[in-house]
Ligand binder design. Sequence first.
Ligand code: IZC
Ligand code: ZN
Length: 431
Amino acid sequence: MSSITYIRCASQLITVRGGTKEPKRAQDMSDIGIIEHGSVVVENGLITFVGSDVEAERYVHTLNGHINTIDASGKIVTPGLIDAHTHIVFGGSREKELEMRLNGAKYIDILKAGGGILQTTTSTREATEEQLIQETSKRLNRFLQYGVTTVEAKSGYGLTLEDELKQLRAAKKLDERHPIDIVSTFMGAHAVPVEYKENPDEFVRLVIEEMIPRVAEENLAEFCDVFCEEGVFTIQQSEQILEAGKRYGLKPKIHADEIVQFGGAELAAKVGAVSADHLLQVSDEGIKQMAKSGVIAVLLPGTAFFLMEKPANARKMIEAGVPVALSTDRNPGSSPTESLPFIMNLACLTMKMTPAEVLTACTINAAHAIGKADEVGSIEVGKKGDLVLFDAPNYQTLQYNYAVNLVDTVIKKGQVIVEGGALRDVPVPTT
Ligand code: IZC
Ligand code: ZN
């Protein structure tokens, strides 16, 4: 028997339609396809109807079977939010770094001194795959409560073949067992581990010759990412790694121009990266090349906020025609939050993106940044029934109330997962 979910009488249905083929750029980012008094029908996990309440009534009368009707009056309905950049699979915690940074230490200096990512590497190596699954599922549950139904997850805290595989296998199992869909990125080039400190090129060789082929063989990732930054991986090393990934079918992404202007955006355009992420220090030339090559800018204003830095120049990128997505960058060092709605607030308040642009950035453009725009990211017939009901009468209210969770209901493939802001018995995955 078919399973039917009928969400009716939304004060605004934010469809974000019209961006499935190409990410939205410039003025199109403000076109979020609002249907006032709108309804959606999901059958067997997929959206089969989108339109006005009146048309929807006629449509559901033609259906057979039990219909789960959800009244969205007084609320807006958006596509399930998509977080296109996270490092959620890790062991341990780094709360002491906050105090160090408040006392003047810099994020990158903590890493250079063997802390930061390298500290998380130690605790991730110590954790079993099962422990990583348990810890990460708590983070995923919080993501759900913030309306996030799809996340990208990077490896990069193992930095040995076996430990990278362990992280990616944990992500794969979570994708299978947890309601949130996970898209994996191999990021063996996240930092040079201490054992290769004197010989970073040997570590690059290991990433290229041993890790990438194995990750591809086990089908553990769709993307390959590199922390291209002064003191981490050079432009040349990054290019070699991303090109090696491409040869094995891993699509390139890059951590670019976060701390210093380094040419990461230009490299993203050169290798045909799907996205370049961070971009606080991007050059004008880098922006131009990204716009020309269609590289998506994944901006992470929560990271700038938490590291007490000036955020990326989103307006300049949008005006130059670069498609922009937004993400939490959820990780234990520079962005310990699952609140994508707060990141949306920050995008408005610190980068002057408009409420409509941020919705596009966290839905269809984020879907493009993880290669899933044909499945998710908008409320259109044929896409997954991933939807969020926010306790807000219009979309502007989401950005006007800041650091407040207005999520009321989260629907994943037609199933209600969050109700009244609370998780419904989501199983914590076990083996
Ligand atoms: O653990 O610090 N920026 N990688 C690059 C990170 C932040 C994650 C971390
Ligand atoms: Zn990152």
